[in-house]
Design a protein around this ligand. Structure first.
Ligand code: GLN
Length: 460
């Protein structure tokens, strides 16, 4: 897609979708490099010198970053053009892009529904053809879940494969930046550019990123794929289970060996994640005091420093972020630390061990499981029920706790009117993105293109 076309589509469709929060003027000179002229959108929580970096929060509504995130600098160095920033749940906390200071983003397949979240702006922008590829961030599913709900491809790299330098921190032991695109190849091309060691991020692996694109078409008849049958639960939407069964048949036809495997501690993932992630968030967000970072509240003279901080933080943070800070400080507080935080870390270890054992004992190259229990839900439906929203993450957070790479990609459509995409999640071995993407590309090749297009194009 040309830059010109991308800008035209943004002008035409963004009003309906609210996927972009800011659109930048195109550069006067064309860049050079492997991604020359490629339009790319960047999530609001990734620092760009261009425009503002708000992380979807009122607190940062006027924040201008004095530097580019490593991923942004690498994209620009490769010739890509950053066309704008995309909507997100505040600080990445959410699964629907409804918790944003910019208002909700709409799903291009059905604008009355959410696009998923928190990288819902990036996913909606790609699904509606506004850009071929966008950057998202994934702490517990925020690349994979919106990609699945918007019927496109999202890649969550191995933790440490991509530098977090310039990513507004949510939960530092889980946060990863990755691509969302129309095709596996587009995602692989972008991931290859943004990945690799970075002296600015000590948690970024020193391993160089291998070639991700040249082996995408290599047959997979030597590969073994584990199927986590217990996750194809009767409580999932029927189209999820049926779509995954169909995808498994395609992988088998392509020559892969399928093996049923167990993840015995999968049930603990949501509880462990919703302790670990808020705990880290409460610490990361302590810096937003309205003095060093963030806006100051519009109040008359506060009576004390405490009152000043309280006013700034109460006005600056939305309800979901406040909920996480309260939860996080509670589980870290003296007396509760052992009962909650430490136990969650132990559960995290068991969850990771399940994955390690499944891969090792069955000599697997990838695992297959759902991304979400169901397709996109109506805007507003779960706003009053945070737990219902947290349960959306039941299949993605375990992979995050284990730090593994995963791809979400479309596998079928529901028979709703208009139809809604459902996805499949393929999980790889740590730092083995080349094999994971090869499996994803094979499945993509074997999957017929859907006969219908997103609703946003109706009438075109
Ligand atoms: N939905 C999850 C949460 O709300 C994950 C968000 C993310 O990956 N940034 O925490």
């Amino acid at each position: 897609m040309s830059l010109q076309r991308s800008l035209e589509n943004i002008a035409r469709y963004n009003n309906q979708l609210n996927a972009f929060t800011q659109v930048f003027d195109p550069p006067s000179r064309a860049g050079q490099g492997p991604l020359a002229g490629l339009p790319v959108a960047v999530k609001e929580n990734i620092c760009t010198r261009l425009g503002r970096t708000t992380a979807g929060s009122r607190f940062l509504e006027n924040y201008r970053s004095p530097f580019d995130a490593t991923v942004v600098a690498r994209l620009q160095h490769a010739g890509a053009v950053i066309v704008g920033k995309t909507n997100t749940d505040e600080f990445g906390m959410g699964s629907s892009t409804e918790h944003s200071a910019f208002g909700p983003t709409r799903n291009p397949w059905d604008p009355s529904r959410v696009p998923g979240g928190s990288s819902g702006g990036s996913a909606a922008a790609v699904a509606a053809g506004l850009v071929p590829v966008a950057l998202g961030s994934d702490t517990g599913g925020s690349i994979r879940q919106p990609a699945a709900m918007c019927g496109i491809v999202g890649v969550k790299p191995t933790y440490g494969r991509v530098s977090r330098y310039g990513l507004v921190a949510f939960a530092s032991s889980l946060d990863v930046i990755g691509p969302i695109g129309c095709t596996v190849q587009d995602c692989a091309r972008v991931l290859e550019i943004i990945a690799g060691p970075d002296p600015h991020d000590s948690t970024c692996s020193p391993r160089p990123c291998p070639d991700l694109t040249s082996k995408l078409e290599t047959p997979i008849d030597d590969l073994r794929i584990g199927v986590v049958r217990s996750l194809l639960s009767p409580s999932n939407h029927p189209a999820v289970n049926a779509g995954i069964e169909a995808a498994l048949d395609r992988l088998k036809c392509a020559g892969a060996t399928l093996i049923d495997v167990e993840l015995p501690h999968a049930d603990a993932a949501i509880a462990a994640y919703y302790i670990v992630a808020p705990a880290e968030a409460s610490s990361n967000l302590a810096r937003y005091d309205g003095v060093r970072f963030g806006r100051s509240a519009e109040t008359s003279e506060p009576e004390s420093l405490d009152a000043f901080y309280r006013a700034n933080r109460t006005q600056g943070f939305g309800p979901e972020v406040r909920r996480r800070i309260i939860l996080g400080t509670h589980v870290l507080s003296a007396g509760y630390y052992d009962a909650y935080y430490l136990r969650a870390l132990k559960a995290r270890r068991l969850i990771k061990r399940d994955y390690d054992q499944a891969f090792h004992d069955h000599a697997l190259h990838a695992l297959a499981m759902p991304v979400t229990p169901g397709p996109a839900f109506p805007i507003g439906q779960r706003l009053d029920d945070p737990l219902a929203l947290y349960l959306e993450d039941v299949y993605t957070v375990g992979v995050s706790l284990a730090g593994l790479p995963a791809v979400a990609m479309p596998c079928s459509l529901t028979d709703d009117a208009p139809p809604l995409p459902v996805g499949i999640q393929l999980v790889g071995r740590a730092f083995d993105e080349p094999t994971l993407l090869r499996v994803a590309r094979t499945l993509e090749r074997q999957t017929p293109r859907p006969p219908v297009r997103p609703q946003v194009f109706a009438g075109d």
